[in-house]
Ligand binder design. Sequence first.
Ligand SMILES: NC(=O)C1=CN([C@@H]2O[C@H](COP(=O)(O)OP(=O)(O)OC[C@H]3O[C@@H](n4cnc5c(N)ncnc54)[C@H](OP(=O)(O)O)[C@@H]3O)[C@@H](O)[C@H]2O)C=CC1
Ligand SMILES: O=C(O)[C@@H]1CCC=N1
Length: 269
Amino acid sequence: MPQKVAVLGTGKIGEALLSGMIRGGWAPSDLLVTARRQERAAQLRERYGVEAVSNAEAAKSADTLILTVKPQDMGALLTELAPHVPADRLVISGAAGIPTAYFEERLAAGTPVVRVMTNTPALVDEAMSVISAGTHATAGHLAHAEEIFGTVGKTLRVPETQQDAATALSGSGPAYFFFLVEAMTDAGILLGLPRDKAHDLIVQAAIGAAVMLRDSGEHPVKLRENVTSPAGTTINAIRELENHGVRAAMISALEAARDRSRELATGNG
Ligand SMILES: NC(=O)C1=CN([C@@H]2O[C@H](COP(=O)(O)OP(=O)(O)OC[C@H]3O[C@@H](n4cnc5c(N)ncnc54)[C@H](OP(=O)(O)O)[C@@H]3O)[C@@H](O)[C@H]2O)C=CC1
Ligand SMILES: O=C(O)[C@@H]1CCC=N1
């Protein structure tokens, strides 16, 4: 019998995963979704041909439950779910910050829990999903989580102690690149380019740089040196970035994101 998977709290991340699973060949009849609002449930039914059910029904009829509500909503969801989740269900949390122990304390003894931090490039099958096992999760459970999240991009197993750092790097990471593109587009406007042209130039530079980072096998320092001609334009820009402490700002920013992930551990954030 095929494994049934339910996505509980199907918002941005839940929908990105759901759509990726369907693109990856999962039958909509093997998938269930839950939503807090009726209109959202109807939208998901219409878009994907999946059944939208209550959280309790999902817990009873799916083998794997993927919880994709906000950390602050996780406590209420677990209170609702706990009486309905048999201990043989695999529970996968996609929430930032919340440790597997939080779920284990609230669900039946022995319930396998896997924690996953994915990111929004799941929408274009370029996610980075970082996966950790809870106390009762086996190699088989991790492999099942990898099979699910592998439909939307790359996966990597890490010890759970590294999850808050992973959240700061790859979970939030796309936002930093969007922020940079926004700032560089503003710079293009200052330099006299129309916004749409500035946007296209920066986005293509970003795509080119990303593909080189992924495929060239070169260290980022070497790639940057190759762009930086003696007495040229690039070194003048780099001097300004260093003068403004951009490297230190990045380190502090990611440290702040890691710390916030730790604070979300209680689910009350
Ligand atoms: N956004 C991102 O880049 C990333 C987010 N995450 C994590 O993913 C999780 C979801 O984030 P995101 O998708 O951005 O958030 P969204 O708000 O888009 O999605 C959460 C959804 O859960 C629904 N919901 C809340 N409570 C319940 C409930 N009791 N039963 C059913 N549905 C419920 C919400 O309904 P309603 O629409 O009514 O609010 C909403 O649609 C978070 O835990 C976040 O930490 C992880 C990686 C990246
Ligand atoms: O900002 C957040 O809390 C979520 C988790 C990682 C990305 N977005």
